[in-house]
Design a protein around this ligand. Structure first.
Ligand SMILES: Cc1cc2nc3c(=O)[nH]c(=O)nc-3n(C[C@H](O)[C@H](O)[C@H](O)COP(=O)(O)OP(=O)(O)OC[C@H]3O[C@@H](n4cnc5c(N)ncnc54)[C@H](O)[C@@H]3O)c2cc1C
Length: 503
């Protein structure tokens, strides 16, 4: 028996930005929420540490103070020729005109603390073994260092990052379609003033399908990294690690890092990115995915924190409005906010990563004298997904025009067709029964997670409809359950009575 202490309205798996904002919003709305993370906080996370304008706006909207960090504005982009363009950072009507560099150790701990202060209950443990509840996902056995704990809830929110266990067990991922990326970062004491991103050709005429970055950070610590797109191939991430030393040499050559500086890549930390929403259904039944788990990473430049926070809030609001229709409501909110951009961005990402020479060509043109300067404002808006809410003017017109052209160019493509399944409200789990491309350790770099290996097995079980009785306590451990429209359980949250308001 699961004790009432372990029974919640909502279980949020993952206490990164997506999970903490979801838990905070739910707790403030009166729901009883467990927020589960396998890590002991404060914990580090591979990241460039830049919180974009829309992320800062979520903090402001929710009244969460900005954690200590460094404000950054304009960004420099450097083409393969070494030519630079300065992309302006301009306030919009719905976001501020700046980003903020905050280490993830500090940022994520602050958001989690805010969620706990709002009333969410912390559980430390890995959500690994799914637990069934009347034919649907009811929770997870959370394996901790001292004891396991079974956490049950009416709604499960997967905020557990790119290789989400929740998405895996709910059958919401179609791995072959996912646009994977892998990135590594390290810190250096070299001081830089502006954040910079560089495309380069490690071998002449053989550009990297990604970029390197040098971002200033708090206390004079600079965040340096390399990220690449690998499409559906999770064996390709090691290339990012191989390019670390060449990128440092290149950065010194073009003056992004001081030539005689201290930068020596050490203590690399890497992580997967799941980009452009494609390949993952964000919700079905009583399971909602947020942040990286839902593939909500900008497919053009890899930003994910702001999307994670906004989707955490949107999922929580959908649940608070009534759990029975939360999945549909949440999908509609995501479609409304993201589809026009992601459909074009994901198609562009796929085309560019498959043809890296096109990246080199495009970035050569965009950084060419005159062109870069003329397009910089629109480029900044489009690339950073800031077109909605941008102030009127030439930059917005350029960005909107490019988005419209992109939309026309991708109208009949497979990426668009995939998105129509979501946009049309058809919340159909992919469930194609195919196993994913295998993952392997990436260049010996420490990673947060490299799983997916169990998914093929899971899908086979799912097709065969196996339910495996749990060896412990006579409960049934569910390997698969219907992810169709949310079923109201006997003690479904919308029928709940008690001392809390209906939530
Ligand atoms: C190298 C790199 C650089 C990046 N740079 C930037 C940047 O500068 N700006 C930006 O906006 N984005 C950046 N991103 C993307 C950004 O890091 C993610 O989009 C963001 O962290 C997503 O937040 P999240 O809450 O969805 O997931 P995460 O931050 O990944 O949090 C997931 C949490 O779930 C926990 N978890 C996972 N599995 C389980 C489980 N089974 N049980 C319990 N807990 C579990 C993990 O411990 C973790 O705390 C970068 C990514 C990488 C890899």
């Amino acid at each position: 028996m699961v004790s009432s202490a372990d029974r919640f309205d909502v279980m949020v798996v993952g206490a990164g930005p997506a999970g903490s904002i979801a838990a905070l919003t739910l707790a403030r709305g009166g729901a009883r929420v467990a927020i589960v993370d396998r890590a002991v906080f404060p914990r580090d996370k591979a990241c460039g540490d830049l919180i974009g304008p829309r992320g800062l706006q979520v903090l402001a909207d929710l009244g969460i103070p900005e954690p200590p960090g460094l404000d950054v504005g304009d960004m420099v982009v450097v083409g393969p020729t070494g030519r630079r363009v300065r992309l302006p950072s301009v306030p919009g009507t719905t976001y501020p005109g700046r980003a903020r560099a905050v280490t993830r150790t500090v940022f994520d701990a602050a958001l989690r603390a805010a969620a706990l202060q709002a009333g969410a209950e912390a559980v430390t443990g890995r959500a690994q073994e799914p637990l069934g509840d009347g034919g649907r996902l009811g929770g997870f056995r959370c394996s901790g260092t001292i004891r396991d704990r079974d956490v049950m809830a009416d709604v499960v929110i997967g905020a557990d990052g790119a290789t989400s266990r929740v998405a895996e067990v709910a059958g919401l991922v179609e791995p072959d379609r996912v646009l994977w990326g892998f990135a590594v970062r390290w810190y250096t004491d070299d001081v830089v003033d502006l954040p910079a991103i560089a495309w380069w050709e490690p071998v002449p005429r053989q550009p990297l399908p990604g970029y390197g970055w040098v971002f200033p950070g708090p206390a004079g610590r600079t965040n340096v990294g390399v990220g690449i797109g690998t499409l559906g191939n999770r064996r390709g991430g090691a290339e990012a690690t191989r390019q670390v030393a060449p990128f440092v040499a290149h950065s010194k050559r073009i003056g992004l890092l001081p030539a005689g500086g201290a930068c020596r890549p050490a203590r690399l930390l890497g992580g997967w990115l799941k980009m452009g929403m494609i390949g993952t259904m964000p919700a079905a039944g009583n399971v909602l995915l947020v942040g990286d788990a839902a593939g909500l990473v900008n497919p053009l430049q890899g930003e994910g924190i702001a999307h994670a926070m906004a989707s955490g809030r949107a999922a929580a609001q959908a649940v608070l409005a009534g759990p029975a229709h939360a999945a549909d409501r949440y999908c509609a909110a995501l479609a409304d906010r993201h589809l026009p951009y992601e459909a074009v961005g994901a198609a562009a990402h796929r085309a560019l990563v498959a043809h890296p020479k096109a990246v080199a060509g495009a970035t050569r043109i965009l950084t060419a004298p005159g062109i870069g300067w003329a397009l910089a404002g629109g480029w900044s808006l489009l690339w950073n997904d800031l077109v909605d809410g941008a102030p009127p003017g030439a930059s917005r017109a350029v960005a909107r025009g490019a988005l419209r052209l992109g939309s026309m160019a991708t109208a009949a493509g497979p990426t668009r067709r995939w998105f129509e399944r979501l946009g049309g409200g058809a919340v159909v789990p992919p469930g194609n029964g195919r196993s994913p491309a295998g993952a392997e350790p990436v260049g010996g770099v420490e990673q947060h997670d490299d799983r997916l290996g169990g998914l093929g097995r899971f899908r086979r079980l799912r097709r065969w409809g196996h339910l495996r009785p749990s060896s412990r306590r006579g409960r049934r451990s569910l390997c698969a359950w219907p992810t169709g429209p949310c079923r109201r359980s006997r003690r479904g949250p919308e029928t709940r009575t008690g001392n809390r308001a209906r939530w």
